[in-house]
Design a protein around this ligand. Structure first.
Ligand code: NAP
Length: 295
């Protein structure tokens, strides 16, 4: 048996079309243009690429894009004053502060300064709490993307065993909440979990967000399971080249799984478009308009 390859690029392209159409409608009917602000501190090359792609996508969809670029040695007070100004700007509906911030800055204090209504990465305690209460409009982008892929490829997941490996605020914790809300039986694993292969072998839905290249092996996968690989790891490909791999050993897992996300082209493809979807939701919510559904 070989698994169905989950095509994140195709799903992302479909969602992008829907968002662009909805955005055009908002402009025509309500004279409303969703606005996304990105805040980049310092010159980390990976963060620069992420932010550039987010801005490009926002502009291509028809959003207003505002960008604030600050030097790596910016003070906490200066950064906070920029964040507060964006919170007060009514043409900005979503604010994304690219993380990680340089070490001298207090990330939690920056997140606390964000208006939860504009927190399109859904990292503020308010949005984390709303997710826990089942009342969130804004859900962390990568877990939201994973749920859309599961909806398309795994159908109804009620009653299924789901294992999430990784418990980060950005991915693992919100992903587990969303799976629980979709009525899966959820187990969360982390670096202190015992018998990870044994836990994985029970999972109908196996989600890996660890940050360790090809860590999850094919013989950990239950035959027919849906495998969601969130990891993005750059590894040596020989001859001075590098390549991206996930947290799952793709070839061995593909031979056992029912469906699997590739890296790249799986989960990663959904993240940026889910950020755009969150910006659209934020704009509608701030103007008392019906919230657009992703599917
Ligand atoms: P993170 O904050 O570093 O969290 C990693 C998690 O993995 C932690 O909970 C950690 O456990 C757990 N872990 C580490 N070693 C483990 C082990 N040996 N066994 C079991 N669990 C272990 O990472 P993250 O932000 O969630 O990201 C995880 C991966 O997803 C990274 O490769 C990242 O690049 C990728 N990612 C991709 C996207 C995307 O758009 N596709 C978005 C976000 C993240 P402890 O809590 O016990 O330390």
């Amino acid at each position: 048996m070989t698994a169905t390859v989950i095509d994140g690029k195709a799903s992302a392209a479909r969602l992008r079309e829907k968002i662009a159409a909805y955005t055009a409608e908002l402009k025509a009917k309500h004279n409303l243009q969703p606005g996304l602000a990105t805040v980049l501190v310092g010159k980390d090359p990976a963060s620069e690429v992420y932010v550039r792609n987010k801005r490009k996508t926002a502009e291509a969809i028809g959003f207003k894009s505002v960008h604030v670029e600050l030097p790596a040695d910016v003070t906490q007070a200066e950064l906070l004053s920029h964040v507060k100004a964006l919170c007060a700007d009514t043409s900005v509906h979503g604010i994304l502060v690219q993380l990680p911030l340089p070490k001298h800055l207090d990330e939690a204090a920056v997140l606390d300064a964000l208006d939860p209504a504009k927190d399109v990465d859904a990292l503020t305690p308010t949005n984390a709490g709303l997710l826990l209460s089942g009342r969130a409009h804004l859900v962390s982008c990568t877990p939201a993307g994973v749920m859309l892929l599961l909806k398309e490829y795994a159908g109804d997941i009620a009653g299924k065993e789901a294992l999430v490996i990784g418990r980060s605020l950005l991915f693992g914790k919100p992903a587990a909440q969303l799976l629980l809300a979709a009525n899966a039986t959820v187990t969360m694993a982390h670096s202190r979990s015992r018998d990870l292969p044994g836990l994985a072998r029970r999972a109908d839905i196996l989600v890996a967000a660890i940050g360790k290249p090809e860590f999850v092996k094919g013989d950990w996968v239950k035959p027919g399971a849906t495998v969601i690989d969130v990891g993005i790891n750059r590894v040596d490909a020989g001859e001075g080249k590098t390549k991206l791999v996930g947290d799952v050993d793709y070839e061995s897992a593909k031979a056992v799984a029912g469906a699997i996300t590739p890296v790249p082209g799986g989960v990663g493809a959904m993240t940026i478009i889910c950020l755009m979807h969150n910006t659209l939701i934020a704009a509608c919510a701030q103007h008392g308009l019906p919230l657009p559904k992703a599917l």
